[in-house]
Each structure stands twice: as structure tokens, then as C-alpha cells.
Design a protein. Structure first.
Length: 429
């Protein structure tokens, strides 16, 4: 607690920190809070789970006056992150009695309009914020603190123009925080354009690299599911998150895992909010231990005790990869990131491996029982009829990934399998 006190955090916030049982500040908190309290703009290189909400929240909560209009605006890429950040800010500010209001799409706008009338701090996603602005149900003229949380994700999701429109509506005389797991050229450009002499604070990922094992299997597409089930059955010590690049794949996987007695739930942006909340609740309460998700659905979710991350599809960028693996090996625990790389993933995997800081070791694919996979549920899916990558034999992975996790590339010309184009309802995979 002494270390928190040294950061000049107010008594009211210190009380909450004590109640929450935080014993010492995280690195981002230690570096950010003193500068934030001096009114500096902060550009933070920091991922989910680093404790950044308190890092930017402390200064905001101490600086906002109750009942004087919306003085702080936090932009997040997803509604889940908006809810999570709002929940944390509400908790940290409870002895100030501040009104923290979250606004995001996919739900009725009217309760939000009512809540906004008494809001001190607003947390929201860009689309819905713009809706409120155009309906004049949100006034940003009193904003003194502006936060872009997970800015890289917002840009990846194509929100850049929306975000810029919102920034333009906020008063120029404001303190700004921009947090991003990766500082890309676009992020740098934004910080130059909108921030005043920002101080760059980078923290080591909360993920403890010495406790995180990263491996990959170069597996033929037609063996991928069988290998996946084999690995899932072999070891699991905590919660498992499985990442796919498309909604359809999450459903495909969750459905087929159930056939093999592995109770998995899929979460993606296409689900109703209530359903998403229910899924997260059962995952948190350990009713299910396998969550199959897309990046969008998983973004910013604060899920503890994830022991394994599977990339069933390899993400397109190293920043996405880092976000995914950042969910395990946290807070001193061990974690494993397992990448299932097939021919269709080579290009993405090559891009991921361009990040030299990532050490991904190749493992030999073990002999596994070929499992029957049902495509019936999603006949038009990526794995369904006419899939150009679908191999019909074990030679499905022509070529092979070269490079032992570094650089890599293709070997051989890799003629494509799966030319039949017929619908495939049930196949050993
Ligand atoms: P955040 O990155 O702000 O979403 O925080 C991630 C998780 O870490 C949340 O569950 C916080 O409640 C928790 N947390 C934040 N700061 C600390 C701290 N100093 N010590 C322990 N846990 C913390």
C-alpha cells in the first residue's frame, strides 16, 4: 500500500484499492499516475490486463467534479470493454459518488439518453457515441479528459474516422491518454495530430515471457481438428481460449467439440448481448472451460486463469497475436500458446513471425486418431463445400512451414487439394 500512497493517489481511491486487495501498483500505474496527475498527455504501450484502467482512471476520478457535466470520455473498441472499464471506474470512484455511464450499440438507446443527463464520466464505443452526438443527447463541450483505450484495435476495426470525428468535437484544452498494445505508424500519427507533447510510457507486457511457452504445429488442414482434440484431451490446467478468425469457424469448432464430449462455447460479435454475458458468466464460473472466440468478441475481456491459448486460425498481424497470447501467463502463472498452422495460415504466420520478440518453437505433429467432423451445421462455411484448401488425404499440407518460427515461407509449389467442390457433410478430419 505504501507504494500506492507515494503516487499521490487520493484517500478516497486508496480506500478502494485497499478493499480490492491490490498490494502494489502495476508497472503502468507506477509510471503513469504521477505524470497523469501533473496533467501530461500519455501515450501508453500497454496491453489488456496491465492495470491501465486505474493508471488513467486515478487522475480522472480526482479531477472530475460531480454534477458538472461530462468531463471525461473513454473510447473503447467493443461494448464488453466499455462495460468492463465503466465497471472499474465506477468501483474506483465509489467514494466520490461519480456517475459513470457506458454507451454502446446493440441495445436500446433510450435508457442511455436518460443516464447521460446525469453522467460525469462516459465510456463508450465510437458508433454509439456518434449516434448520441447526432441526436444531441451527448454533450462533450465540458470534456477535460479524453482516453482512447486499445487504440490499435479501434483502428484495426476500421473506426479511425469515427474516432477522429469524436476527438474533433472535444475541447482542445484537454488531457489525453492513448493506450495501445502496439504503437504502429497510424497510432504515432494520431498521437502527433491530437496530443500535446505526449510522454511515451511503455511497460513490459503483463505476460511473463519466462512463464509463457509458445509452440506451433505445421499440420495438414485435414488433420487440424483431430490434432486439436488430441491436444485438448492431453492437458489442461485452467481455462482454455481458442481463437478463430471468423464467426463461422467459432461455431463450427464449438459444435464439433461437443460431439467429442468437450463442452465448449462460442462467443462472437453476432450474438445477442444477453447471450454473450451468459457465456462469459459460465466461463468465469468454470461451468465451461473452453471458450471459442473471435478477436472482436474477446477484445478487452478480463478473464483470469487462462492456461492455454489456441490459435486455431492464425491471426493476420503480430499485434493481434500479442493480444491473444496476452491472456495467459499472467500474474506469475504458467501459460501455453499453441498455434495450429496449416497451409492457409502460412501467410498470416509469416507476418506474425516478423516480430522478432516472439519465440515460437515448432513441435512435431504426433500420430493422432482421425476424427469425424460434421459440416452439416454450417454447409456454406469456410470448411464446407467447395473449400479450396481442403485436402482429401494426409498430404493436405503440401509444402510445410519453413523457418522454425522465424521468418518462414513456403516450400514447394503446394498444389491445392480439395478440388471436388462438393458439399461435405461429415468427414474424418
Ligand atoms: P486493467 O488492465 O485495468 O483492465 O486491469 C486488469 C485487472 O487487474 C483487473 O481485474 C484489475 O482489477 C486488476 N488490477 C489492476 N491494478 C492492479 C494492481 N495494482 N494489483 C492487482 N490487480 C490489479
Amino acid at each position: 500500500m505504501k507504494e500506492f500512497e507515494k503516487l499521490n493517489i487520493s484517500e478516497n481511491i486508496l480506500k478502494v484499492i485497499k478493499e480490492l486487495g491490490f498490494t502494489k501498483p502495476s508497472e503502468i500505474q507506477e509510471k503513469t499516475i504521477p505524470l497523469a496527475l501533473q496533467g501530461k498527455d500519455i501515450l501508453g504501450g500497454s496491453a489488456t490486463g496491465s492495470g491501465k484502467t486505474l493508471a488513467f482512471g486515478a487522475g480522472i476520478i480526482q479531477g472530475v467534479q460531480k454534477g458538472k457535466g461530462i468531463q471525461a470520455l473513454v473510447l473503447t473498441p467493443t461494448r464488453e470493454l466499455a462495460e468492463q472499464v465503466a465497471r472499474s471506474l465506477r468501483e474506483f470512484s465509489k467514494y466520490y459518488n461519480l456517475d459513470v455511464v457506458e454507451i454502446y450499440g446493440g441495445v436500446n438507446i433510450n435508457p442511455q439518453i436518460r443516464a447521460l443527463q446525469r453522467a460525469d464520466i462516459v465510456v463508450g464505443t465510437p458508433g454509439r457515441i456518434l449516434d448520441h452526438l447526432s441526436q444531441r443527447t451527448l454533450a462533450l463541450d465540458k470534456v477535460r479528459f479524453l482516453v482512447l483505450d486499445e487504440a490499435d484495435r479501434m483502428l484495426d476495426m476500421g473506426f479511425i474516422r469515427d474516432v477522429e470525428k469524436i476527438i474533433d468535437v472535444c475541447p482542445r484544452n484537454r488531457q489525453m491518454f492513448l493506450f495501445s498494445a502496439t504503437i504502429s505508424i497510424d497510432i504515432e500519427r494520431m498521437s502527433k495530430k491530437y496530443m500535446k507533447d505526449p510522454i511515451y510510457i511503455s511497460v513490459e507486457s503483463y505476460v511473463d515471457a519466462s512463464k509463457l511457452t509458445q509452440i506451433f504445429y505445421d499440420v495438414p488442414q485435414n488433420k487440424k481438428f483431430s490434432l486439436f482434440v488430441h491436444l485438448l484431451k492431453q492437458e489442461h490446467s485452467g481455462l482454455i481460449m481458442v481463437f478463430c478468425n471468423t464467426r463461422r469457424n467459432t461455431d463450427f469448432l464449438a459444435d464439433n467439440l461437443k460431439r467429442y464430449g468437450l463442452h465448449a462455447l462460442a462467443i462472437h460479435g453476432g450474438l445477442e448481448q444477453n447471450r454473450r454475458n451468459a457465456i462469459l458468466k459460465s466461463f468465469h464460473e468454470n461451468e465451461v472451460y473452453i471458450l471459442v472466440c473471435t478477436d472482436v468478441a474477446a477484445r478487452g475481456l478480463d478473464i483470469q486463469n487462462v492456461s492455454h491459448i489456441y490459435n486455431y486460425d492464425i491471426p493476420k498481424t503480430s499485434s493481434e497475436y500479442i493480444h491473444r497470447i496476452g491472456r495467459t501467463a499472467r500474474a506469475g502463472k504458467h501459460g501455453k500458446a499453441i498455434n495450429l498452422v496449416s497451409q492457409r495460415d502460412y501467410e498470416n504466420f509469416r507476418k506474425v513471425c516478423e516480430d522478432d520478440s516472439l519465440k515460437i518453437k515448432q513441435e512435431v505433429v504426433p500420430e493422432v486418431e482421425a476424427l469425424f467432423v460434421n459440416f452439416n451445421m454450417k454447409p456454406r462455411g469456410r470448411f464446407g463445400g467447395g473449400n479450396r484448401d481442403r485436402g482429401h488425404s494426409d498430404s493436405g499440407s503440401r509444402g510445410g512451414y519453413r523457418g522454425g518460427g522465424r521468418g518462414g515461407g513456403y516450400r514447394g509449389s503446394g498444389s491445392r487439394g480439395g478440388s471436388s467442390g462438393g458439399r461435405s457433410f461429415g468427414r474424418r478430419y
